[in-house]
Design a protein around this ligand. Structure first.
Ligand code: PEP
Ligand code: MN
Length: 342
């Protein structure tokens, strides 16, 4: 249920509603909008008598949320969520607004030199955030697993030099304190979308989260995973479509382009598309990126490597800086057609 306060409801009236919600052993999630405050009520599946709240001072009305995801749903919040991932002033990097968020960089941080070179190249092409993995979820335990804290330090240095925000994956709850010290956005990988202790840990940490869809997960399961993070009080979540597994073998995964409008309809959270993991082949990345923007995505996360042929992971799907430059040029034109900018 959502309790919608009257515009001009006082702090005292809002606190009284929150206290009443908590007295029933439910949790209150107030969102202070410009016009009015709304309060999400979540906790358990027990029905709650809405009239109790409708009779309280300062309350306009209540609305039931029938979907299994509550705080992530459009029924809870009508307007698109927009938040800053770096800085809070004019120079901040935002997601969910008119400007599309371009995140780019190598699959993995391989050396200080490679991270800095990638950061400068993607910044020059128009990216606002740098991606690189310090902890890599590899199918084989014998494959390169990432350089850990050293890699996080290289990314922090790249942020100092370029002003790019940093996006990197966190794989386990016990990594959250360390990774969150260095990064601006914590990425939850496809393989961890339903790692519930990890979702709770990033939910409690308050840094923005990029939540990738599991390769065999439904859209509803993705939204339920987001709900874990939101219900811990962290509302700064981006949803990421990165391709799902189908019978098709010409590409690594199948980009579920439908997911973009479906997620925009069901949820207020920003939607990011990863055309790199969705296709697995650099020659298809730009086409998938164009389609994502045309479908209404709020941003892209793209793998770019200074020398893809020598990449320690995902070289086949990594763009060279020149190819990335060309991708940005093309997607800018699509963005303009959508009345948005990159
Ligand atoms: C990645 O971003 O490099 C990655 C491992 O992505 P995914 O979790 O979508 O496979
Ligand atoms: Mn990768």
């Amino acid at each position: 249920m959502v309790v919608i306060m009257k515009s001009g409801a006082t702090v005292k009236e809002i606190s009284a509603v929150v206290a009443r919600i908590e007295s029933f052993n439910f949790r209150a999630h107030p969102i202070y909008g410009e016009e009015r405050t709304i309060i999400g009520v979540v906790g358990n599946d027990r029905p709650l008598d809405r009239t109790v709240f409708e009779l309280m001072s300062g309350v306009e009305t209540t609305v039931p949320i029938l979907k299994p995801f509550k705080l992530a749903s459009r029924d809870f919040k009508k307007e698109n969520s927009m938040f800053s991932i770096l800085g809070t002033n004019g120079s901040s990097v935002k997601v969910g607004g008119n400007d599309l968020l371009l995140i780019a960089g190598p699959c993995a941080a391989e050396s200080r030199q490679q991270v800095l070179e990638s950061a400068h190249a993607v910044k020059e092409a128009g990216a606002r955030a740098l991606r690189a993995g310090a902890y890599k979820p590899r199918t084989s335990p014998y494959s390169f697993q990432g350089y850990g804290e050293d890699a996080l330090k290289w990314m922090a240095e790249a942020r100092e030099q370029t002003g790019l925000a940093v996006v990197t994956e966190v794989m386990a709850p016990e990594q959250v304190p360390l990774v969150s010290q260095y990064t601006n956005v914590m990425q939850i990988g496809a393989r961890n979308m339903q790692n519930f202790p990890l979702l709770n840990a990033v939910g409690a940490c308050m840094k923005p989260v990029l939540l990738k869809r599991g390769m065999m997960s439904t859209i509803e399961e993705l939204l339920m995973a987001a709900e874990y993070i939101l219900s811990n009080g962290n509302y700064n979540v981006m949803l990421c479509e990165r391709g799902i597994r189908t019978f098709e073998t010409s590409t690594r995964n199948t980009l579920d382009i439908n997911a973009v409008p479906v997620l925009k309809k069901l949820s207020h959270l920003p939607v990011i598309v990863d055309p790199s993991h969705a296709t697995g082949r650099s020659e298809y990345v730009t086409a998938a990126a164009r389609a994502a923007i045309a479908a209404g995505a709020d941003g892209l996360i793209v793998e770019v490597h200074p020398d893809p042929s020598s990449a320690l992971s995902d070289g086949a799907q990594s763009l060279t800086p020149e190819q990335f430059n060309d991708m940005v040029r093309q997607t800018r034109r699509i963005a303009a057609a959508m009345d948005r900018s990159i």
